[in-house]
Design a protein around this ligand. Structure first.
Ligand code: TXE
Length: 479
């Protein structure tokens, strides 16, 4: 690879940065690289390139599918460049960064296996009525800092397969791996099809408000998602919003803890808890409370936390300073309010954003660390007496991303899981990445779905082609 990986990609090439901004390594808290700060004119240029590339790109789904498969191969081949960049800017252990690169390629391959369906409602001697799913044009894709590469693929893959072109903007906290993605895909995607720009906010707002994109595909906080929706309302841009969550898990009284304790723990702590679909509250029958807390606390204490570039590290730092501050605040407030840290409870020594994996006990709904999305290595464990009461508490939130129920009797658990008010309900697992399945949030956790056919169709406009054969149409319009 001769090209520099830290450049913006517009129309298949570099656009020289007029200004740059610092990118922090969360393991040290210090700036380790500079990223280009996209100017308003450069954003216009990127959107123009995407518009210009659209007419040809929309023509041939076979070529698009082949390009996505080639992109998946290229990403895998570039894992040695992408994974360390991801660890340096995001903090996750290098092995997890490699896994994210592989998931990124897998996501593109799963998308490439989809097809835009041809739906014929009537085809006889009098009429042809066909439902077409046509691309929209330029789509703005805005991603957060927890899974910069995988989310870029999850969002851009279906948008591109459907025949749209993209301007992709990563979080200003983690721009480098996404910039690198744009560079390595330059020779497998035609110029202008995937443009990548980086910059400090208000670049995100500028992109969301720009008149060119016909759709915004956004993953991030609920608060920012609402701002994006307001920006989209002005010219009725289409929207897919994948927002925050406060996933509840309910253990039933017969749960096999030996079988599930590791899965329960990592469902909350994977990626240092910075997963929209992580388990964020755990409801446990009072009779099993101490046993469950002890099992989780044992695991929390044994996790090796450190700089993700070092071997054997299982959990890195939090990815960004504001999130580190927020987690400290939520945990301190809970401890001051009477909760107990069965493990962890505070920051770890050093300059980086390291926080000890924390299990909180003697805590109830009403504490902010239970009611709000903590998005960090913290799990509040809440005792319940009656399973209907646990279900009501799990559902008593504006969030509705995912939830889970755990039991030795999977059918019993499934009956309860179906009553969780959320986009995905799991039984005996949580936050399991699965290709080819639609994913979306209820309530304030999102709008629309990503993945599978439903996700692909959300990047299209539905259109009816109605042909009257033989000249006997009535010509009466109904609206
Ligand atoms: O997200 P933001 P932040 C949650 C998590 C976290 C909180 C804040 O709880 O504590 O969000 O994280 C761009 N118009 N999640 O502040 O602000 C911004 O540049 C358009 C859940 O990083 O939502 C970035 O690219 N775009 C989540 C992206 O939005 C705007 C993952 C996300 O930033 C914009 C991450 C605007 N007005 C955090 N303002 C999940 N669902 O997985 C900012 N952006």
């Amino acid at each position: 690879m001769n090209e520099s990986l830290d450049q913006m990609t517009v129309n298949g090439g570099d656009v020289p940065a007029k200004d740059t901004f610092g990118v922090h390594n969360p393991a040290t808290g210090r700036v380790f690289a500079q990223a280009p700060d996209c100017s308003p004119e450069q954003l216009d240029e990127a959107l123009r390139a995407a518009s210009d590339a659209f007419p040809l790109w929309r023509e041939d789904i076979g070529a698009r599918r082949a390009a996505l498969l080639a992109a998946a191969d290229r990403i895998e081949e570039s894992a040695g460049d992408l994974a360390p960049l991801l660890t340096l800017e995001q903090g996750k252990p290098l092995a997890d960064a490699h896994f994210e690169v592989m998931l990124t390629a897998m996501s593109l391959r799963a998308t490439a296996a989809l097809d835009v369906p041809r739906e014929v409602i009537r085809d006889d001697e009098t009429e042809l009525i066909e439902v077409l799913h046509q691309p929209m044009g330029v789509v703005a894709v805005i991603t957060p800092w927890n899974f910069p590469l995988t989310l870029a693929a999850v969002k851009c893959g279906p948008v591109l397969l459907a025949g749209n072109t993209v301007v992709l903007k990563p979080s200003p906290f983690t721009p480098l791996s996404t910039l690198a993605l744009g560079v390595i895909l330059r020779d497998v995607l035609p110029p202008g099809v995937l443009n990548v720009v980086s910059g400090r906010d208000p670049l995100g707002a500028r992109l969301a408000e720009h008149p060119v994109p016909r759709k915004i595909s956004f993953t991030g906080s609920t608060a920012t998602g609402k701002r994006v929706a307001a920006a989209a309302a002005y010219d009725l841009k289409r929207l897919t919003l994948e927002l925050g969550g406060n996933d509840a898990a309910i253990l039933l009284d017969d749960v096999d803890l030996d079988a599930h304790a590791d899965s329960l723990f990592w469902a909350a702590f994977v990626n240092c808890g910075q997963v929209c679909a992580a388990m964020k509250r755990l409801y446990v029958p009072r009779a099993r409370y101490t046993e469950v807390v002890d099992a989780l606390a044992d695991r929390a204490r044994s996790v090796k936390v450190g700089d993700g570039m070092l071997p054997d590290v299982q959990m890195g730092p939090l990815a960004i300073a504001p999130q580190f501050a927020r987690v400290q605040e939520l945990v301190s407030e809970a401890l001051a309010g009477g909760a107990t840290a069965a493990a962890g409870g505070g920051r770890l020594d050093g300059d980086g954003y390291f926080f000890a994996p924390t299990i909180l006990r003697d805590i109830e709904d009403g504490a902010r660390v239970v009611d709000e999305e903590q998005f960090g290595p913290v799990l509040p464990v809440i005792a319940y007496d009656d399973v209907e009461e646990a279900l009501a508490r799990a559902n008593g939130t504006q969030y509705g991303l995912d939830g889970s129920v755990w039991s030795a009797d999977a059918d019993r658990a499934a009956t309860l899981a179906a009553r969780l008010e959320c986009g995905t309900s799991w039984v005996n697992t949580h936050s399991m990445p699965t290709q080819g399945v639609p994913m979306g949030g209820h309530k304030w956790s999102g709008l629309g779905v990503e993945g599978a056919l439903a996700g692909l169709l959300s990047s299209t406009e539905t259109k009816v082609l109605h042909v009257v054969r033989g000249g006997n149409g009535t010509g009466i319009a109904l609206s």
